[in-house]
Write a protein that binds this ligand. Structure first.
Ligand SMILES: [Zn+2]
Length: 402
C-alpha cells in the first residue's frame, strides 16, 4: 500500500473508532488501533480543522494527566435517506450519528409506471433537501432503500414484486438532478448497515435483520460483514417456499413465506374470512372489509378474537419456522425485527420466540435473541441514510471521495 492509501485507512479507523465508542482520547485510540500517538494526533488535528470532530472535555486520568476527549460534531455532515415502501415512503435527513433531524412521510405509489415513480421520488428528495434544517452543502448524498432484487453497483431495481417493477434505473437520474452521490440498496440490506454501525447490533458480528411489513425481507451479517451472495441478492427470506400448496405470492410463486406471514398476507386472509361471514370483531374494528389491515387483525387478536388469533398464530408460526431455519443454518446471535408489524411488540416477539424454540435444532442458537429495532418505523429510512454515512467513514471522512 502506498502512503496516501495508508493515511486514508488510518483516518477511516480513527473515525470508525469514535463512531463506535463516542468521546475518546488520543492515547486510547492509538493503543486500540495499534497506531502511534503522533499519527493519531495528526489525524485528529486534520479532522478538527475540517470541522468533523471537536474537543469535548477531559476524561478520567489513568495515572498521569487526564486526557482530552474528542467526539464527532453531529451536524458536520448529513445524508438524505429515502425508504420506498409499498404502503408509504419515508424521507429523512440524518446527521453523522444517524440521528433523524428531519422527516416527512408520503403516500406510496404502487402499480404506476417507472417514470411516474421516478418523478415522484425525485420530487420527494427535492422537498426533503429544501425543507431540511441542514445547510444543503452539508448534505453529502442520498441513500435509497427499496424492497426487491437491487443491483447496487449499477443502481438498477431488477425485480421488485411489491411494486410489480422490473429493470428500473434510479440512481443516474437522481445523481444528475441533485449533483450528489446517490446509493440504492435492497431495503433490508440497508437496514442491516444501519443496525451494524448505528443501531442495536454494534457489538454483534452474526445477526439477521428481518423486515416485516407489507412484505418480508431479510439481510444476513456474518463475521461483521453484510452477506450479499453471488450477485448481491442474498436474504430473500420472504420468497422461501414454506408450503407448496400455499397461497399465490406477488413474486409469481406459491406458498412463499411472504404469502403467509407478511402484513399483506395477514390482511388478505382476514378479509377472506370476514368476507365469508365468519364471526369476528375484526370487521367491527375496521369498519368494512376493504379497510382491514394487518394492524386491525393484531388488535383483534390481542383482545382475544378467535379468528384473529388463528390468523396471526399461523403467520407467526411460519415466520418462526423460517427464522429457526436461519438460526440453525447460520448460528446467529441476534434477530433484529423492523417494519410495520413490529408495532405488535411483545405480543409478536413472545410468540415468535416460542415458535423459533420449537422449530430450531436442539443446542443451536441457544443464546439467540429476538429484538425489535430501536429505530422503530424509521429503521429503513435510517438504514438508507446510513449507506452514505458509512461510505463517508469508509472513505476516511472525506465527503468529496464518496
Ligand atoms: Zn414469493
Amino acid at each position: 500500500m502506498d502512503k496516501s492509501s495508508i493515511n486514508v485507512l488510518n483516518k477511516r479507523n480513527v473515525l470508525n473508532y469514535i463512531r463506535r465508542n463516542g468521546a475518546s482520547g488520543r492515547a486510547e485510540i492509538a493503543r486500540n488501533l495499534g497506531l502511534s500517538v503522533p499519527t493519531v494526533m495528526n489525524i485528529s488535528q486534520a479532522f478538527i480543522d475540517l470541522g468533523t470532530i471537536r474537543e469535548v472535555g477531559l476524561g478520567e486520568s489513568s495515572g498521569g494527566k487526564p486526557p482530552m476527549l474528542f467526539d464527532m460534531i453531529p451536524d458536520a455532515y448529513c445524508s438524505v435517506g429515502v425508504d420506498i415502501g409499498a404502503t408509504k415512503i419515508t424521507a429523512i435527513v440524518a446527521d453523522c450519528n444517524a440521528t433523524v433531524i428531519y422527516k416527512k412521510i408520503y403516500a406510496s405509489k404502487r402499480g404506476l409506471s417507472k417514470s411516474v415513480i421516478l418523478e415522484y421520488v425525485t420530487d420527494i428528495i427535492n422537498e426533503t433537501i429544501n425543507n431540511s434544517p441542514a445547510d444543503e452543502k452539508k448534505i453529502m448524498g442520498i441513500g435509497i432503500g427499496m424492497p426487491g432484487l437491487i443491483d447496487a453497483r449499477s443502481g438498477e431495481v431488477l425485480f421488485s414484486p411489491d411494486f410489480g417493477l422490473e429493470n428500473m434505473h434510479i440512481i443516474a437520474a437522481i445523481e444528475r438532478r441533485f449533483g450528489k452521490k446517490t446509493m440504492i440498496e435492497n431495503v433490508t440490506q440497508a437496514i442491516a448497515v444501519g443496525e451494524k454501525y448505528y443501531g442495536i447490533c454494534k457489538d454483534t458480528e452474526n445477526f439477521l435483520c428481518v423486515g416485516l411489513g407489507y412484505g418480508i425481507g431479510s439481510a444476513i451479517v456474518t463475521n461483521g460483514r453484510l452477506y450479499k451472495g453471488h450477485r448481491g441478492f442474498a436474504g430473500e427470506l420472504g420468497h422461501i417456499v414454506m408450503d407448496r400448496n400455499g397461497p399465490r405470492c406477488d413474486c409469481g410463486g406459491y406458498g412463499c413465506l411472504e404469502a403467509i406471514s407478511s402484513g399483506n398476507a395477514i390482511a388478505k386472509c382476514a378479509k377472506e374470512r370476514a368476507g365469508r361471514g365468519e364471526r369476528t370483531s375484526i370487521l367491527e374494528l375496521a369498519g368494512n372489509v376493504d379497510d382491514i389491515e394487518a394492524k386491525t387483525v393484531f388488535d383483534a387478536a390481542k383482545a382475544g378474537d378467535a379468528v384473529a388469533v388463528s390468523i396471526v398464530e399461523n403467520a407467526i408460526e411460519y415466520l418462526g419456522i423460517a427464522i429457526a431455519g436461519m438460526i440453525t443454518m447460520l448460528d446467529l446471535e441476534f434477530i433484529v425485527m423492523s417494519g410495520g408489524i413490529t408495532h405488535a411488540g411483545k405480543f409478536l416477539t413472545d410468540r415468535l420466540e416460542n415458535y423459533v424454540e420449537r422449530h430450531k435444532m436442539r443446542y443451536s442458537g441457544q443464546d439467540a435473541k429476538i429484538v425489535i429495532s430501536k429505530f422503530g418505523s424509521d429503521a429503513a429510512a435510517i438504514g438508507a441514510a446510513s449507506l452514505i454515512l458509512n461510505r463517508w467513514v469508509e472513505c476516511g471522512g472525506n465527503p468529496k471521495a464518496l
